[in-house]
Design a protein around this ligand. Structure first.
Ligand code: XMP
Length: 510
C-alpha cells in the first residue's frame, strides 16, 4: 500500500498546489473533496497525514463546508491551511471573525516557536504569503500559538497533546519562502513519510499493476504525438509488450513532417503502432465550414469514426488506454459544495466498443508525466514537446480549412518553432505556434506590390494552460522570424505578434 498524504479540498484555488508541493517531497498525495474523507477504517489504510485546504468561504457562513474533524484529529496528523486552520479552531470553540483589514500578500513572521516540530528551522522575519479576509481572534483551550505576524497573532498554532497544526498563511505558494520547509516538517518529521515516491518507483509499481490487471488481454491506445499518450504507451508496452496496439490518426493538420517523424520515433521506442492517413476524409468534411465550433465538432466526430473503424479491426481487444492525467480527474468543487466530475473520455468510445478503460497516468501531474517519460528513456523530442491541440492547425486557420492553407501554415510554424529551438527559447515557453489570419494586406517586395496574407505568432508562458501570459520574446528574435517567414513562405507578406494574456484571450485563436 503506497503511503499518502490526503488533502481535503474546501475549494481553494491553491489546493492543487498543495498536492504538487507534497509530491515534490517524493511523497504521494491525493486530493479529494472535503466531504469525501474515507471514514471507514480500511479505506484509511496508507493515509499518514491529512491537510485541510483553504476555501473562498468563511467558517461562520451559513453555507460553509463542515466535516467531522473529531473523527480525524488525534488519529492521524492534521495540518489546516487558512480556512482549514480556522475550521479547526472554530469547531473546537474558538472565535473566527472578519479581519479589521483584509490581509493579502506578503507578511513576515514576528515570533516563532522553534521548539514546535512544525516550525523547526524557521527563522523570525521569514516571508509568508497571506490570503484571507478572516482571522482567528480566540484560540480554543489546548491550542497554542507557535508563530505570529504583526497583524495575525495566530499565524500558526498547535494543539497540545495532539499531532494537529494550523497555519493562517499559505505554505504551498512560492512566495512563502519557508513554506516548503513547513510542509516538509509536517509530512516528513511529523507524519513520518519515507519519501520513496519517485518516477522510478511509480514506473515499477505501475508496470506490476498493469501486468496484473491486464494479463494477456489486448489493449488499444490512440497516440497523438503528445507527451501524455506517448508516456502512457511506453509504460504499457513495457508492461504487456506487443499486446499493446497503438493507432495514430493523421487528420492532415499536424505540423510539418510531424506524422512521419513521430511514427519513426514511436517505432524506435519499440511501440506496435499503426499510422492511418485519414486526411482526405477530414478535408472533405471541412470544405466550406468556417464556424470554429462546427470545425471542432467535425474533426472530433471524424476522429472518433476513424479510430473506431481501426480499433474494431483488433477484434480481441478488451481495453482502451488513454493518457488522461491527474488535473483531468480531480473532482472539482463548485462554490455550493457540489462535486463536479470533470473526467471525460474520447467520444464515449469505451462504452460504444464495450472496452474497459485503462489510464496509467491518471495520478500524475504534467511535470511528473515528463519525469516518468525521461526515466523511461523517451527522447526529449517527445517528452519535452509543447502541448498541441487535438484538432491541430485547423484551430489556427481562421475560416475555412484547406490543404493549401495548411501547407502555408506548416511552413511558417516550422520556421517559428525551429527558430525557438535554435535560440534556446523553446523550453522557456509553454507553447508556441502561428495563426493564419483571414486577412490580406498590401505589401511591397522588390518593385512589386503584393496583396497577401497575414500571420500572427503566438507564444505563451504558463504552468497549466488555465492562465497564460504572452511570452516576452526578444525583439531581435521576432525580427529574424518575421524576416524568414516573409522571405520563405509564399503567400505571406505580414507577421504580427499576439500580445494578449489568458484571460481574457485564450491561447488558441479558435
Ligand atoms: P485555450 O485556447 O483554451 O487552450 O486557452 C488551452 C490549452 O488547450 C489546448 N487546446 C486543445 N487541446 N483539443 C486539445 O487536445 C482541443 O480541442 C484543444 N483546444 C485547445 C491549447 O493548445 C492549450 O494548450
Amino acid at each position: 500500500m503506497t503511503e499518502k498524504i490526503l488533502i481535503l479540498d474546501f475549494g481553494s484555488q491553491t489546493t492543487q498546489l498543495i498536492g504538487r508541493r507534497v509530491r515534490e517531497l517524493n511523497i504521494y498525495s491525493e486530493i479529494v473533496p472535503y466531504n469525501k474523507y474515507p471514514y471507514g477504517r480500511e479505506a484509511q489504510e496508507g493515509i499518514i497525514g491529512v491537510i485541510l485546504s483553504g476555501s473562498p468561504l468563511s467558517v461562520y457562513d451559513d453555507n460553509a463546508f463542515h466535516i467531522d474533524l473529531a473523527a480525524i484529529r488525534g488519529r492521524v496528523p492534521v495540518l489546516g491551511i487558512c480556512y482549514g486552520a480556522q475550521l479547526m479552531a472554530y469547531e473546537a470553540g474558538g472565535k473566527v471573525r472578519a479581519a479589521a483589514s483584509r490581509e493579502y500578500g506578503r507578511a513576515r513572521l514576528r515570533t516563532v516557536d522553534g521548539a514546535s516540530p512544525l516550525m523547526r528551522g524557521i527563522g523570525i522575519g521569514e516571508q509568508v504569503w497571506m490570503s484571507h479576509g478572516d482571522t482567528i481572534t480566540d484560540l480554543p483551550a489546548g491550542f497554542r500559538v507557535v508563530a505570529s505576524t504583526a497583524d495575525v497573532e495566530s499565524a500558526a498554532f498547535e494543539v497540545e497533546g495532539e499531532q494537529s497544526w494550523g497555519v493562517q498563511f499559505h505554505p504551498e505558494v512560492y512566495h512563502s519562502e519557508c513554506g516548503m520547509q513547513i510542509l516538509r516538517n509536517f509530512a516528513v518529521d511529523i507524519c513520518g513519510a519515507k519519501c520513496d515516491w519517485t518516477a522510478r518507483s511509480f514506473i515499477d509499481t505501475t508496470i506490476a499493476e498493469l501486468r496484473q490487471k491486464i494479463g494477456n488481454d489486448k489493449v488499444i491506445l490512440g497516440l497523438s504525438g503528445g507527451v501524455d499518450s506517448t508516456v502512457a504507451a511506453v509504460l504499457l508496452s513495457r508492461a504487456i509488450g506487443d499486446n499493446l496496439r497503438c493507432i495514430f490518426v493523421d487528420h492532415g493538420m499536424l505540423r510539418l513532417n510531424e506524422f512521419r517523424d513521430v511514427i519513426n520515433e514511436y517505432r524506435r521506442l519499440g511501440l506496435n503502432v499503426r499510422g492511418i492517413d485519414a486526411s482526405e476524409r477530414f478535408f472533405a468534411d471541412l470544405a466550406g465550414v468556417t464556424d470554429p465550433e462546427k470545425k471542432r465538432k467535425i474533426i472530433g466526430a471524424d476522429f472518433v469514426a476513424v479510430f473506431d473503424e481501426e480499433a474494431r479491426k483488433i477484434t480481441d481487444a478488451r481495453w482502451l488506454a488513454q493518457g488522461t492525467i491527474y488535473p483531468d480527474c480531480i473532482e472539482s468543487l463548485s462554490i455550493t459544495g457540489t462535486v463536479i466530475k470533470s473526467h471525460h473520455n474520447v467520444g464515449g468510445l469505451p462504452e460504444r466498443m464495450n472496452l474497459r478503460l485503462c489510464e496509467p497516468l491518471r495520478l500524475l501531474f504534467k511535470d511528473e508525466v515528463r519525469r516518468v517519460g525521461r526515466e523511461l528513456g523517451i527522447p526529449d523530442s517527445l517528452v519535452g514537446r509543447h502541448p498541441f491541440p487535438g484538432p491541430g492547425l485547423a484551430v489556427r486557420i481562421l475560416g475555412e480549412v484547406t490543404r493549401p492553407k495548411v501547407a502555408i501554415l506548416q511552413q511558417a510554424d516550422n520556421i517559428f518553432i525551429e527558430g525557438l529551438r535554435r535560440s534556446g527559447l523553446y523550453d522557456k515557453v509553454w507553447q508556441a505556434g502561428v495563426i493564419l489570419l483571414p486577412v490580406q494586406s498590401v505589401g511591397v517586395m522588390g518593385d512589386e506590390r503584393t496583396y497577401e496574407q497575414a500571420v500572427a505568432l503566438r507564444a505563451v508562458t504558463s504552468t497549466d494552460a488555465m492562465t497564460a501570459d504572452w511570452a516576452h520574446l526578444p525583439y531581435e528574435f521576432l525580427a529574424k522570424i518575421s524576416n524568414e517567414i516573409i522571405n520563405k513562405v509564399r503567400g505571406v507578406n505580414r507577421v504580427c505578434y499576439d500580445i494578449s494574456s489568458k484571460p481574457p484571450a485564450t491561447i488558441e485563436w479558435e
